[in-house]
Design a protein around this ligand. Structure first.
Ligand SMILES: [Ca+2]
Ligand SMILES: [Ca+2]
Length: 253
């Protein structure tokens, strides 16, 4: 029997504590286009069109410890946004230890603590061999105190999919969700011309609830014309640095 944990709250609290401004470094913008099969398997060519960002992850002692570089992947098609990460732990840990990929998306250039920023959050967890997917909903208050809960417990619906799979000594996590669902109150529901922020977290927590140092990455995403999304490859920083630029051809990297 798979035991659900209260991990979404822990994950989102960690996101809140870890997020913060970093140096703004403008780089070229590119399309990152593709459709993932959200099955926990990194199939040949599946993520070739994705944008990528590599950051360090430290696993806690109960998961073997060690520091690893992990790579987050992001891409979209006309309907959905897809994210993925491969974590350096080869099996699903026993309860209460857990591995997960978390994603938060903010509309209209919102930031984590901006008042009334609607945050659509998704999380897929590996625990006891089970795959647990959450579609979560948050609203910032002026005090940066968030209301957090599952969409389907707050009058909404669960959108998207999240699945992990193990093999070759590592575990691959994939999430896909609509760019614009019918659940406007709780979901991203982003329109062309808007800018969004994608904040990603890859994490392993052992049975002592030690989570060591999660991998964390933030990307700004521009929803451009003709249903293309392309990433402004900036780390977090001053929103004044946003610029759409001119997208390159599909497959540019
Ligand atoms: Ca896949
Ligand atoms: Ca939803």
């Amino acid at each position: 029997m798979i035991r659900r944990s209260a991990r979404p709250w822990l994950g989102l609290l960690l996101l809140a504590s870890l997020a913060g401004p970093a140096g703004l470094s403008a780089q070229a913008t590119h399309h990152h286009r593709g459709t993932a099969n959200v099955d926990g398997v990194e199939s040949a060519g599946e993520w070739d069109g994705a944008g990528a960002g590599t950051v360090p992850l430290v696993l806690p002692p109960g998961l073997g410890g060690g520091t690893f570089d992990v790579t987050f992947l992001l891409m979209n098609d006309d309907d959905s946004l897809f994210v993925a990460v491969r974590l350096p732990y080869g099996s699903s840990p026993p309860f209460p230890a857990v591995l997960w990929l978390g994603e938060q998306v903010f509309r209209d250039g919102g930031r984590l603590c901006d008042p009334l920023t609607l945050i659509d959050a998704h999380q897929v967890e590996s625990q006891d061999g089970g795959s647990i997917y959450w579609d979560l909903f948050e609203v910032q208050t002026p005090e940066c105190w968030r209301t957090i809960g599952a969409d389907n417990q707050n009058g909404g619906t669960t959108d998207g999919w999240g699945v992990w799979g193990a093999g070759g000594g590592s575990t691959f996590f994939e999430i896909g969700h609509p760019l614009d669902s019918d659940d406007d109150l709780h979901d991203l529901s982003a329109a062309l011309g808007e800018r969004i922020v994608v904040h990603l977290l890859g994490i392993g927590c052992d049975a002592t609830s030690s989570c060591a140092t999660p991998a964390e990455l933030e990307r700004r995403v521009f929803l451009e014309s003709e249903s293309f999304v392309f990433l402004g490859d900036f780390e977090s920083g001053d929103l004044a640095g946003w610029s759409a630029g001119v997208p390159g051809p599909r497959g540019d990297s």
